[in-house]
Design a protein around this ligand. Structure first.
Ligand code: GLN
Length: 514
């Protein structure tokens, strides 16, 4: 029988529940337990692949090709595990399958209802994950805020499990600081716990997100009004790096408190190695990198790229400053301040000409550049134009020579959800890429609909770039040999990088930048 940890949120969203779950799991992992994270999202999209990443945050892609919530990035980066698609529930997935079952006659004669049909579907999925993964602990993060209409049935399913099985509930809230009185205020937390209790759930631990660590009086009040012991009122203060959170929780004995209630085995390992990497991460800035995409404020669309750069830096004992730069806004002088440039993935035509200007600048001035997916496609178009071809991508729907064309197999696809080339594919590599990975075979994750048309390879190789990786006929890597670092990949290697195991391509890029 697995044991359950539920993580709920109160007051407002965006408190970093995913990071909290990942940090608690990181500590519990040191007890040699198999911890499986599950994330439940309230929205009706079947997966986040159809949402705008500039609003909702990055779409994260798993090895099996499922597009999932960006919290899976935290889980994989912290826990060094490979997530699977069925670990992410969305209301879209749940309703779709309940309605399909109703049409198939599975509930014949019954009135199909939120409770028990929707809640049973949720519980069945949680239990299935627990079973297939042989989990010791399933940690279920319930997205949104208690009181939201759209996560009510997840809370109800959690309530039922808490009644039947061994469980621990972590409630995360915001503890604001009121300047005028110089106090940390706990009332929002108290109200959100009341909301939780209305749903029939009692917290075993309250994690208070705040600027500074919770002071004594805030801890006392939360403990008193929310019915948790003082030691189970945990501070989640602002930190320089998210990777410090497991260390912060370790100091507050978070895993010990969970272990007591769930009767877990003793801790086997410490997290010294993690601590070392975190120290490096906080060191002096060794390189300044510009991620040249298109931006809105407070953008999380390239979260994994930023993290992979930091992992690579930490492996070289240095911290990395990664700035999100709008390619269309940056001037030549500003570009010169950077040690390296990343052209990240993207969609649509806006901003592409500016990105190609940046690529040209790097190519001509021997500035390290890493092209990711769209970034590689633009490297190829830029090269083609240098050879006098009026090159473009089929994605732009304009006249010109489409050196980037729709993938074979994409033409007949009409539905847009979950239909790109997704997940892990292997490439046979040569050249510098082979040296970087130290292998002739490289497996990375993908998410794209377009691809370099192999027909143009010969012509393109009259220029500087070389194609140095293929999956069958499909080009996967390009590089320029006599350049500090000029590599493009059709894949997203940032989805396979963790603090303890940085991605080789990012490592090589950062070394070149340093
Ligand atoms: N828009 C491009 C394509 O669909 C690139 C996608 C991406 O960068 N993820 O092929």
């Amino acid at each position: 029988m697995p044991k359950w940890i539920f993580v709920t949120g109160g007051v407002l969203s965006g408190l970093g529940k995913g990071l909290i779950s990942a940090s608690v799991s990181k500590l519990l992992q040191q007890r040699d337990l198999n911890i499986v994270p599950v994330k439940c999202d309230g929205y009706l999209n079947v997966d986040p692949g159809t949402m705008n990443p500039h609003e909702h945050g990055e779409v994260y892609v798993l090895e099996d090709g499922t597009e999932v919530d960006m919290d899976f990035g935290h889980y994989e980066r912290f826990l060094d595990i490979e997530g699977r698609g069925d670990w992410n529930l969305t209301s879209g997935k749940i309703f779709q399958s309940v309605i399909n079952k109703e049409r198939e006659g599975e509930y014949l004669g019954e009135t199909v209802q939120m409770i028990p049909h929707v809640t049973d579907e949720i519980k069945k999925r949680w239990e299935k994950v627990a079973g297939t993964e042989e989990a010791d602990i399933v940690i279920v993060e319930i997205g949104g805020t208690v009181g939201d209409m759209e996560n009510q049935f997840y809370l109800e399913a959690a309530r039922q499990i808490c009644n039947e099985e061994e469980s621990f509930l972590i409630h995360t809230t915001l503890v604001p600081y009121l300047e005028t009185t110089g106090e940390q205020k706990t009332k929002p937390t108290q109200h959100s716990v009341k909301k939780l209790q209305e749903a029939g759930l009692d917290p075993d631990m309250v994690v208070g997100r705040s600027k500074k660590p919770l002071d004594e009086s805030a801890v006392e009040k939360i403990s008193l009004f929310c019915d948790v012991p003082e030691k189970a009122v945990v501070s989640d203060p602002n930190l320089e790096s998210v990777y410090q959170l497991p260390l912060e929780f370790d100091e507050q004995n978070v895993d010990e408190i969970v272990a007591e209630k769930l009767d877990l085995p003793e801790r086997e390992n410490n997290i010294a190695e993690w601590e070392n990497r975190v120290q490096n991460l906080l060191g002096e800035t060794g390189a300044k990198i510009a991620i040249c995409g298109k931006y809105t404020e407070m953008d999380d669309s390239y979260a994994s790229v930023e993290e992979a750069l930091k992992h690579a830096g930490a492996a070289s004992n240095t911290s990395i400053q990664a700035d999100n730069i709008d390619a269309a806004e940056i001037t030549a002088e500003e570009l010169e301040e950077y040690d390296g440039i990343v052209i990240p993935g993207g969609f649509g035509k806006r901003g592409v000409e500016a990105k190609m200007e940046v690529i040209k600048y790097c190519r001509e001035n021997n500035v390290p550049i890493l092209g990711l997916c769209y970034g590689m496609q633009l490297m190829v178009i830029e090269q083609a134009r240098g050879l006098g071809i009026d090159a473009s991508s089929e994605e732009w729907g304009q006249d010109g020579v489409n050196v980037i064309a729709e993938l074979p197999g994409q033409k007949d696809i009409e539905e847009l959800g979950g239909t790109m080339r997704l997940g892990e594919f292997e490439a046979e590599v040569t050249g510098e890429v082979k040296d970087i990975y130290g292998s002739e075979k490289v497996s990375e994750r993908h998410r794209h609909r377009y691809e370099v048309d192999p027909e143009y390879i010969e012509k393109l190789e009259e220029g500087e770039i070389r194609f140095s990786g293929f999956h069958g006929d499909l080009p996967e890597f390009v590089e320029i040999k006599d350049h500090k670092f000029f590599v493009g990949t059709q894949a997203h290697p940032e989805f396979k990088s963790s603090l303890q195991n940085p991605n080789p391509l990012y490592k090589a890029f950062i070394e070149a930048c340093l």
